[in-house]
Design a protein around this ligand. Structure first.
Ligand code: SF4
Length: 370
């Protein structure tokens, strides 16, 4: 069982982070924030996929001004991501950003930082101190060198220094991230940081890459950290539609048995026994189950010889045969169907099972509240 590291708890737009709260899943929009319609539309898709906190870039005042209307249209807390210009941080909060992400060291000195911290206190907005390997203060780089797996100190010292700057103004609604594009630097950096400060940690591997490379890097780094109880919220960064980040995030949480959301797909890699076009069948099923809520285990297997047996754990499954397929539940065959009807019949069975599960859940909830 994972023993979570004890951290302080902060509130982000009514959502609890740290202090034992559920590990939350974040993403960031890649639209022009000032384009309210497109940004809100992307956030709606992310929300539907399970995104719980959204960050938007605030590169100028137009973006800051768009926040108010975006917030009116979405249902999850919004964080403004600001670099260099303290006025944008203040403007983002005035426009309703429920969190800000800054690098306190690049706001132009303590006077400017104080204005940001005062505004955060006034608006009750937590601050993420976001340190990146690529933007560490020069003096720290000279002292510790560029962060590496063996020597991640520059990242940690930069985070500590920036946190202390905020603490000096009497503010403690803080979470921290130290991002690197390197997996081992990320792991060693967060491990060391978690021993130094007890603020909640936002995990992530920056510039992780595309779907496969980025998923592997993020899953290795974040998987190891989460399994050690380190991390209170996280983002999987991918050079893709951000909705894919959410899918990967939940698969990661599911694989560590931290959280479940929606069904799990179990599918075989196929082999010489496969008698049907399993790849397209698996793709259709995978796309469909993204819309489902129950944590069902759904199997798509290539053959009837081993399929149901191999996927005994599955609540419901389909296995291919020569010209026909079978549908099974809990490892037992319940229907044999011609291949051309297989997908439709299986989907109907799947929908029926989901409806039963939801009904059972509702019944349980009613019994509990009675
Ligand atoms: S389920 Fe059948 S087709 Fe798929 S890998 Fe196993 S033996 Fe091969």
């Amino acid at each position: 069982m994972i023993v979570r590291r004890k951290t302080r708890q902060i509130q982000l737009g009514g959502m609890l982070i740290g202090g034992g709260a559920q590990i939350s899943v974040q993403s960031m929009t890649n639209t022009d924030t000032a384009d309210i319609e497109k940004t809100a539309e992307q956030i709606h898709r992310l929300e539907a996929a399970g995104c719980e906190i959204i960050r938007v870039a605030v590169p100028d005042l137009d973006a800051a001004r768009a926040i108010r209307q975006i917030r009116e249209e979405i249902g999850i807390p919004l964080i403004g991501d600001i670099h260099f210009d303290w006025r944008l941080a203040v403007a983002a909060m005035e426009q309703g950003a429920q969190g800000i992400r800054i690098n306190p060291g690049n706001l132009g000195g303590p006077k400017n930082l104080k204005k940001v911290v005062d505004a955060a206190r006034h608006q009750q907005v937590p601050i993420r101190v976001g340190v990146n390997s690529g933007s560490i203060e020069k003096d720290l780089l000279e002292r510790y060198g560029y962060p590496t797996a063996e020597k991640p100190q520059a990242l940690i010292e930069s985070a500590v220094r920036n946190v202390r700057l905020i603490e000096e103004f009497g503010y403690h609604e803080i979470k921290i991230s130290i991002k690197s594009a390197d997996v081992l630097t990320t792991i060693n950096g967060y491990r060391a940081l978690s021993k130094k400060l007890d603020y909640p940690l936002h995990l992530g591997v920056t510039e992780a890459g595309g779907l496969i490379g980025g998923t592997v890097k993020s899953s290795v780094a974040l998987g190891i950290l989460l399994n050690e109880g380190i991390g209170d919220t996280f983002r999987i960064s991918l050079t893709r539609d951000p909705v894919e980040e959410i899918r990967v995030a939940y698969e990661l949480l599911r694989s560590l048995k931290i959280r479940e959301r929606g069904p799990e797909l179990i599918s075989c890699p196929t082999c010489g026994r496969t008698g049907i076009d399993l790849f397209s069948l698996a793709q259709e099923v995978e796309d469909y189950i993204q819309t489902m809520k129950s944590p069902l285990k759904v199997a798509v297997m290539g053959c009837v010889v081993n399929g149901p047996g191999e996927a005994r754990e599955a609540d419901i499954g389909v296995a291919g045969g020569r010209g026909k397929g079978i549908i099974f539940k809990k490892g037992e065959i319940v229907k044999r169907v011609a291949e051309d009807e297989l997908l439709k019949v299986f989907m109907d069975e799947l929908k029926k099972m989901e409806a039963e599960r939801l009904q059972d859940q509702e019944q349980k909830n009613n019994n509990q509240s009675a």
